[in-house]
Design a binder for this molecule. Structure first.
Ligand SMILES: O=P(O)(O)O[C@H]1O[C@H](CO)[C@@H](O)[C@H]1O
Ligand SMILES: O=c1cc[nH]c(=O)[nH]1
Length: 290
């Protein structure tokens, strides 16, 4: 039996941070960082049956062309992903009444619709990018025991290539679910890429406003790194946690990115909301044939 201090439930029986009960979610889940992006998705739904919110975690469940879909906002960062993915998994795979893990495992399908910055000239602003692999600079996955799904040779090569200060976490590498990757990337508009997940938006992504960087060559080293046929293509702040926890808990996940900045050219999208709206329409359309 899982103790009350470990699996925390609210007075109504919902999970602690997400305020959700098992019947409130579908097995098909879209995650977004920004809570305001939820309405931009569910405005296309035929109906919305459920809404809730606590802190940055908003949820709506509804139906889009006969698919029951839950849309959850995670806020920013893999620390939030740890909360959201553990609680969604608990809703599916733990009996909340007797606090025991269910005998039968239910697999959830996650699609992230997020924004990201490209670090390769040839991936322009307003492009769509499906993350074939994620590189975690965040260290989250090292707190869990199982590392069977981590791509150690890729990570070791990258670690050797980078000259990061030793206080920083060693990068880890996790892949997308191959079936989802295939399904969502079969369109000329979609680049496939390797996505770096950073622990912040400014220095951790090489941005300097007033404070200098400890490792000033970090972004250049990411841009020039190659392993087999792979290059690191874009940076954001959740995908490694999403891929890592999904693999760890037996779920499948894909991260879809609207590229709103190009760090090589210095461009920012003229209309980033439109770029996100286009990615939403593309992703919803693909979801209907999943
Ligand atoms: O657009 P979202 O989903 O929030 O994703 C990206 O944008 C945020 C930073 O502005 C980070 O969360 C990053 O991952
Ligand atoms: O450059 C970018 C753009 C969006 N989100 C990020 O994390 N980085």
């Amino acid at each position: 039996m899982i103790k009350e201090s470990e699996l925390i439930l609210n007075a109504d029986g919902s999970v602690y941070h997400l305020n959700l009960k098992p019947e409130n979610i579908s097995h098909l889940i879209i995650t977004v960082g920004d809570p305001d992006r939820i309405d931009s998705i569910t405005k296309h739904f035929d109906s919305v049956e459920f809404k809730t919110q606590k802190r940055e975690f908003q949820t709506q469940t509804g139906t889009y062309k006969n698919k029951r879909i839950t849309v959850v906002s995670t806020g920013i960062g893999t620390d939030n992903i740890d909360i959201v993915f553990n609680e969604l998994d608990a809703l599916a795979n733990i009996d909340l009444k007797n606090r025991e893990v269910k005998e039968e495992h239910q697999q959830l399908t996650f699609v992230r619709i997020g924004t990201s910055g490209s670090i390769q000239k040839e991936i322009p602003v307003d492009a769509f990018l499906a993350s074939e692999k994620a590189i975690g600079f965040d260290g989250l996955l090292y707190y869990y025991q199982s590392d069977a799904f981590l791509e150690k040779e890729f990570a070791e090569n990258l670690h050797q290539h980078l000259s990061l200060h030793p206080h920083k976490a060693k990068p880890y590498v996790v892949s997308a679910d191959p079936t989802l990757l295939d399904h969502f990337s079969q369109d000329d508009r979609v680049f496939k890429g390797v996505t770096g997940t950073n622990v912040g938006f400014y220095a951790p992504q090489g941005r300097v406003l007033r404070a200098a960087l400890q490792d000033p060559n970090f972004i250049d080293q990411l841009t020039t790194f190659t392993y087999k046929d792979y290059k690191i293509t874009n940076l954001e702040m959740e995908t490694s946690g999403i891929y890592g926890l999904s693999k760890l808990l037996g779920h499948r996940a894909l991260s879809m990115n609207a590229i709103i900045a190009n760090r090589e050219t210095g461009d920012f999208s003229q209309d980033s909301l439109k770029a996100v709206e286009q990615l939403i329409l593309y992703t919803l359309d693909k979801i209907t044939s999943l």
